[in-house]
Design a protein around this ligand. Sequence first.
Ligand SMILES: [Zn+2]
Length: 698
Amino acid sequence: MESLLDFEDSVRDSPDFRRKLRLFEADVYELETHLDQVMHLCSKMVEAGQAYNAANQLFLSSLTKLCSYQEQHAVLTTCLNQFNQGLREMISFHTMLFDQMQRAINHQLSNLCTQFLPQLAETRKDYVRIREDLEMAAVKNAQVSRHKAGDAERSSHLLIATRKCFQHFSLDYCLQLNSFKTQQRLDILNSVFSFIHAQVTFFHQGSDLLRDLEPTMKTMAAQLSQLSTENSAKRKELENTHLLVQQRDASGEPSVSPQPGSSSIIQGYLFKRSRRKSKTWKRCWFSIGNNQLLYRKSQEDEDLVLFEDLRLCAFKPLEKMERRFCFQLLSVQKCCILQADSEHLKQSWLGALQGSIDLAYRDKPQHQQKEMLSTSSSGRGGAFGGPGPPQRPPGSSLALRGSGNQVCCDCGEEEPQWASINLGITLCIECSGIHRSLGVHLSKVRSLTLDSWEAEQLKLLSILGNDVINEIYEARCLEEGRAKPRAHSRRAEKELWIRQKYVDKRFVRSGASEGQDRDPGLCLYRAALAGDLVAMAAALAQGAEVNRSFSGEEGRTALIAAAVGGSLLACEFLLLNSANINHRDLRGRGALHAACSAGHTGQVCLLLKRGANQYAADERGQDPLAIAMETAHADIVTLLRMARMNEEMKDSEGAFGAAGDDQTFQDIFRDFSDMASHDPEKLRRHHLDRVGDEDERK
Ligand SMILES: [Zn+2]
């Protein structure tokens, strides 16, 4: 209180008082400046706080969205919800804090600024003016001459009146200054106190809130630690898979094997030539599944069907194109040219196309086996392309019974899942790929698990098998000092081995080297007649020409000999190795004639199935049906008649035969086919006057 102005001094208006007043006024002015500054800065701070709140709100919303991407996990979801709620409450606490801060500073202090100070300024103006008036009155009063008594009295009165007025104003001004000085102290302290109080409230609320969240924090921490453990395990697993796939699949060679769970048998990228005039090439994703060729134009598109039914298509490699690795698919409606990235891939696709067609022939239900008008490039088809035996379980277990078939024929890998049906061996997936690349004329590859098998082909696998075939194809390995690749050998090494073994036939012991003058072609012929599959395989390995006809034997080929001999398996084996089914001997008789005249029902069935021409007449003008009637083989007559009827029906329905093979025909045909494979005894009972040799030569 010592710094307040003294009222009595103010009445006296001494120089001391004036000095004091000046200082006092300077003090008030400075205070005013500070007050303005504090209020201004407070507003700024609150504005910034509101901006912070708005940003915080946005941030929280996006954080919530981020968390919603986490997989559904009940405990974690509850935790996240509680955190979110807590953080939102923090925002409302902040809002309250900023509100309180504004109230504490601006509202409290505005009283000083808006009421006291303007009034003070007004009063000061009056005070200054009256002080000047007083000084002027004093001067005038002093200047009056003693001889002018009237003037003297007037000025004396004026001086007194003015002084009185001044003293009045001066006291008033002093009071206001002193009041301001005392009031400001209270207001400022009050304001600071409110400000601190707002802060205390804010932090108390925050603290309570966070304490409430503590159990949730503990739950979350436990969950996180568990997740972290799971995570390391998962990462380990991912790294292992990564490594495995890198070693196995990331060789730069595109993989064409289908994704697990897909119904495709092959899929990958191919270039497709546009059928428009521009002939542009577009890279599309192709797959073969359900006997259809599908493709996708772009990532967003659905699969489109390029060829509805692959059995109605022919395909062939295009060697004369400017571009490499091209092949063509043809159906009645359209023609399409495709290009693979490499020869190997091209072969894989051709193999898969062939495989798909074979598979469809073998295991499609009857109602899908219609519209058989065109045949594949394999030469399959003719009148009997359609019906196959009923669906059978995959061949793996039966095929693996053959000697040595439990490991891959070429590298020894365990549990081979593939087979080369014309060679009669089982293969691992890698070697099967290499075999495919050799071309179907050398090796016809099938899956033991995916494809379904005909009984004859499974029997071939168990009679020939890896041990037998390796004895033939690896006979001179020791002499050559050549070691066989192992399961873990590099692909290139396996490839070289397979090429040397089957294409170059480098390790096959030739008949001549054993000191005998053996003609492999003749060996094949005799073995086919005798139904000796092992000897046939050996003769083929030694280079026997499958379709050679022997003038000493009436111009017969090995296939005709097999038909005469009566072995179903020998026929199948030769057909798999590209025997010409319709070759006729010097007397105009082919394998079907021979089988009919010998009464081998199973063989007749097989030959018809493989597309033998049943209308060809021999030198006596007799076709197979006439021969069967002459020799009175009832079953064979039935079979041939059924086949013929079926053919005629198809013809009468036009080239695009909508109905396809007759249902009854298919049923009967299948019965015969099955009986020939599984129960040849039964067929023998149907013979009327001849006892045929239906020996399976197991
Ligand atoms: Zn292998």
